[in-house]
Design a protein around this ligand. Structure first.
Ligand code: 3PG
Length: 397
């Protein structure tokens, strides 16, 4: 971004891919962290006199407009945060987008409707993605010197038209969020200060197997909570009642326990419930003792303490995924304890993943207690896994 600003952007049209994929309750934004994270780049460009055209997605619509996935509420919040009006185009490359972009003057910002309302954005067919990218470029190329800034770190692992193909058609730059996020995550993949402790939660082992396998040789301890812990407990031979279980992953998980058992820390006790509901009956049991008809929904008090002790020793910490169903108060104590233990530590600490970042904010833990809260969920995991991220590779090309 500094290179682009140094060249001068006054009155140039700059197309920015941001990640504004925020949680919504109806049209109310329940966590605006990603919108706030997009501000530095957008302010820098608008402040330097660029005509800023922002592309973003919301949710996973099936390639056609759906009201509940409209970015209209996001445009309003973005305008409030930027302190400048944000013109909202009700389509992506159609009449509204063309007139909105034509109406921009230097220093103003427009947001295009959800890029995923166009099936070509996420198409497997490269030609289809290329066609949409060409239309997006055409939209901003009326003015001389159009440029592309990639600032949606949360989507750099997606080979999609607005992330990848557009970058191949315009002079391209990394936005300040993409630069900052990659710099932080490189500290973890480089030579992290030890002990290096990783806490992983979330529901599915299969989603995290890649990162678990890549991280285990590197870390000193891997603490596992959340829904995926039950597949590990089952691999140890424990009954897990009605808890989340990926039976097809038990063998792989057992292999990881055999190879890295000394590094993997599993829950020793659990909060179980007789229903997946905020007012379910609950009990605290040993991790080996979940009765039939009950399900584990949070780590128990002994595990909270044990995780806390390991976290307190760490010099580098990465956390992805809540360790319980934190959205329900009865099952939020584990995630809160993990967040508080990390916040109390003076280690270099990174929180990755929309859910863990939202947990930090909604459970009221001071954000300043963390060295970095990543906006990327899948993106930060794939980065740590060592995978090539298309949205980064295309910028380096
Ligand atoms: C995210 O929520 O992790 C990013 O916005 C990417 O969204 P996606 O997983 O739907 O591509």
């Amino acid at each position: 971004l500094d290179d682009l600003l140094a060249d001068g952007v006054a009155d140039r049209t700059v197309l920015v891919r941001a990640d504004l994929n925020v949680p919504l309750d109806g049209s109310t934004i329940t966590d605006d962290g990603r919108i706030r994270a997009s501000q530095p780049t957008l302010n820098a460009l608008a402040g330097a006199g660029a005509k800023v055209v922002v592309m973003a997605h919301l949710g996973r619509p099936k390639g056609a407009p759906e009201d509940r996935y409209s970015l209209a509420p996001v445009a309003d919040r973005l305008g409030e945060l930027l302190g400048r009006p944000v013109a909202f185009a009700t389509d992506l490359v159609g009449e509204s987008a063309r007139s909105t972009v034509a109406g921009l003057s230097g220093g103003s910002v427009a947001l295009l409707e959800n890029v995923r309302f166009d099936p070509r954005e996420t198409a497997k067919d490269e030609a289809a993605r290329g066609e949409l990218a060409a239309e997006l470029v055409d939209l901003v190329s009326g003015g001389e010197g159009a440029a592309f800034v990639s600032d949606g770190f949360g989507v750099v692992h997606r080979k999609q038209a607005s992330v990848y193909e557009v970058a191949r058609l315009l002079p391209h730059y990394a936005g300040s969020l993409v630069s900052a996020e990659t710099e932080v995550l490189r500290r973890l993949t480089g030579e992290p200060e030890r002990p290096y402790v990783v806490i992983l939660g979330g529901s599915k082992v299969s989603d995290k197997l890649g990162v678990i396998t890549a991280l285990l040789p590197q870390v000193d301890a891997l603490l596992i909570g959340g829904g995926m812990a039950y597949t590990f407990l089952a691999a140890q031979g424990h009954g897990v009642g009605d808890s989340l279980l990926q039976a097809d992953q038990i063998d792989t998980t057992r292999g990881l326990l055999e190879k890295y058992g000394d590094k993997i820390v599993l829950p020793s006790d659990l909060v179980i419930a007789d229903d997946f509901a905020p007012d379910a009956a609950t009990e605290i049991v040993d991790a080996a003792g979940i009765p039939d008809g009950w399900q584990g929904l949070d780590i128990g008090p002994n595990t909270r303490e044990a995780f806390g002790r390991v976290i307190a020793q760490a010099r580098t910490i990465f956390w992805n995924g809540p360790v319980g169903v934190f959205e329900m108060k009865a099952f939020s104590a584990g995630t809160l304890a993990v967040a508080q233990a990390i916040a109390a530590s003076d280690a270099f600490s990174v929180v990755g993943g929309g859910d863990s970042a939202a947990a930090v904010r909604t459970l009221g833990v001071e954000e300043s207690g963390f060295s970095h809260i990543s906006t990327g969920g899948g993106a930060s995991l794939e980065f740590l896994e060592g995978a090539e991220l298309p949205g980064i590779a295309v910028l380096e090309d």
